[in-house]
Design a protein around this ligand. Structure first.
Ligand code: GRF
Length: 191
């Protein structure tokens, strides 16, 4: 079960996935970390764990198809079967979607279809929602629009600062994402 993680941020979900692999609760090999941000903290986390990293600058390619062709080659060279997005802030194009149908998944910090796109936590706080949560979904060509695989809700209150809400959300993410990935792998094996 070889997976690639695509991430552009701090990589707390990347770490949660790696820890689940170490513990054996997730039966996968993370063979590649892809990042489109040269200084993303997740890169160092991957290097520490001896995971191959591919860091690219989208601006040095003519278009999305060109850089996705290169990423596809990087994935195929490592027999990647699943692409796990964890804070990769870019829409996936047809090159990768066609190569990995129903094999690219994303995690989003809201109960989709509420609050898609950037700063979902800020959007939820602005609307004064009392319940928000985390969604794991298959990726399609839209922004956080693909079929939903799993969701977990949590309560927030007006007293919670944005940092507190983020901490609550991330605690849920770090449990939920490895579990959902594992259940997808098991379903696939049973086919
Ligand atoms: C997570 O909140 C995830 O839901 C969103 O991006 C964030 C990534 O955080 N898509 P991290 O880099 O894994 O800490």
């Amino acid at each position: 079960n070889k997976i690639a993680v695509f991430a552009s941020g701090t990589g707390s979900n990347f770490d949660a996935i790696m820890e689940a692999c170490d513990k054996g609760t997730l039966n996968a090999d993370v063979t590649l970390l892809v990042s489109d941000k040269i200084n993303a903290a997740v890169i160092e986390k991957a290097q520490k764990r001896n995971v191959d990293t591919v860091v690219f600058n989208p601006k040095s390619f003519e278009n999305k198809a060109e850089f996705e062709k290169a990423l596809l080659a990087d994935c195929q060279a490592r027999d990647v079967e699943w692409i796990i997005l964890a804070g990769y802030m870019r829409l996936i194009g047809s090159t990768l979607l066609e190569a990995y149908p129903k094999r690219i998944i994303n995690i989003h910090p809201s109960l989709l279809p509420a609050f898609p796109g950037k700063d979902a936590i800020g959007q939820a706080i602005d609307k004064k929602v009392k319940v928000t949560g985390v969604t794991v979904h298959f990726v399609d060509d839209g922004m956080d629009t693909g079929p939903i695989i799993a969701q977990e809700a949590l309560s927030i209150s007006e007293e919670d600062t944005k940092d507190e809400v983020r901490r609550k959300i991330q605690a849920v993410e770090h449990q939920l994402y490895p579990q959902v990935i594992q259940s997808l792998l098991i379903k696939e094996e049973a086919k």
